[in-house]
Structures are given as structure tokens and as C-alpha cells.
Design a protein around this ligand. Structure first.
Ligand code: AMP
Length: 187
């Protein structure tokens, strides 16, 4: 069994970009719940219809829906050789659900991408104008940051207390951040 990793960090820290590159570099699937949910919205599936307005408000989609989606994805053949989760678990209830499904072996290391709040807002506003993600407008961005602090940030302490956390400075060029991640993974 290969590496079982989680990329954690606030919206705008660069999780998606770095996780996609890191997954390719190590040869494990990058599993992003945000990407999966956006695909469900685009495809107009039942899950997508339920998730759309919630995502556009920057709130969390109900955990049982996301957990079911993640469990079925992790049971696919390519995840047998490891995976890099991005965006899940996003709160302690989801962390418990992941562990209930796969036990402690569900995750082996957590990479925390850190960046100051003003840099996050600036990056997300820029992405909104370039990529056109409907939740990258300033009012929604601010709400996503609040939701991160309230729901997701407590996971930092949770994984730190289990000695699973590696902190990585998310400021700098894409290459600089990538090599920091590689270094933390090797250590
Ligand atoms: P992301 O691409 O990770 O920033 O996720 C975009 C949006 O998808 C979030 O703001 C949430 O509305 C939803 N989402 C992604 N992952 C989860 C999750 N694990 N639990 C609940 N909602 C999620």
C-alpha cells in the first residue's frame, strides 16, 4: 500500500494545484471533493443539484453525502496503491467518518499548506476573475474563510496531536512550494 495523504489548508492556499502535481509525481490519485462536487453540479446529478446552492454560498455540503462519495471513490482500484485527499475530511465529524470506514490506516500523513489571510483573499479574487469559479467572489470567499476557521482548522490540532502533521509555507512560486512539500514528505 502506497502513501495515504491529506492536503489541508485554507481556501486559496494552493491545495488543488499542489495536490494535483504531487499526486502525479508520486503516482497516486489526487482525490478532490471540491472537484468531484463541481463535476456533479456540471453533470446535473442528484448530488450536484443538492450541492450547488450550498457551494455557491461557501457553506459545507452535508457530510453524509460527501462521505458516501469519498468512500466509494476510495474503494476504486486505483486507490489501492495510495491516494492524496484534498478537501476531505473538512471537519471532525468527517474525520471520524473516514476513520469509521477505513480505520486509522485511512491517513498516514497530513500536509498543511499555510498562508496569511490577506494573501488568500487576493489569490481567490484573482482566480475568480480568471477561472470563473462561482464561489470565488469576495463575499463568498470571506464566508469560506470563516467556515474554514470554525470547521476545518480544529483538524490541525487533531492531526498534530497524532504526530501526523507537516507544516508547509504556501507563499512563494509554485515550484518553491512544491519542493517544500516534497521535502516534508521525505522527512
Ligand atoms: P474546494 O474546492 O475544496 O474549495 O471545495 C469547494 C466547495 O465544495 C466547498 O466550499 C464546499 O461547499 C464543498 N465541499 C468540498 N469538500 C467538502 C467536504 N469535505 N464537506 C463539505 N463540503 C465540501
Amino acid at each position: 500500500m502506497g502513501r495515504r495523504l491529506l492536503m489541508l489548508g485554507p481556501p486559496g492556499a494552493g491545495k488543488g494545484t499542489q495536490a494535483s502535481r504531487l499526486g502525479r509525481a508520486i503516482g497516486i490519485p489526487h482525490i478532490s471533493t471540491g472537484d468531484m462536487l463541481r463535476a456533479a453540479v456540471d453533470a446535473g446529478t442528484e448530488l450536484g443539484l443538492r450541492a450547488q446552492a450550498i457551494m455557491e454560498a461557501g457553506e459545507l455540503v452535508p457530510g453524509d453525502l460527501v462521505t458516501a462519495m469519498v468512500i466509494s471513490r476510495l474503494n476504486e482500484a486505483d486507490a489501492e496503491c495510495g491516494y492524496l485527499l484534498d478537501g476531505y475530511p473538512r471537519n471532525s465529524a468527517q474525520a471520524d467518518a473516514l476513520e469509521a470506514a477505513f480505520g486509522e490506516r485511512a491517513l498516514e500523513k497530513v500536509l498543511l499548506l499555510e498562508a496569511p489571510a490577506d494573501a488568500l483573499v487576493e489569490r481567490l479574487v484573482k482566480r475568480g476573475s480568471e477561472v470563473g469559479r462561482s464561489d470565488d467572489i469576495e463575499a463568498v470567499i470571506r464566508n469560506r474563510l470563516v467556515v474554514y476557521e470554525e470547521e476545518t482548522a480544529p483538524l490541525v490540532e487533531f492531526y498534530e496531536s497524532r504526530n501526523m502533521l507537516g507544516r508547509v509555507d504556501g507563499l512563494g512560486t509554485m515550484d518553491e512550494v512544491f519542493f517544500r512539500l516534497v521535502e516534508v514528505l521525505a522527512g
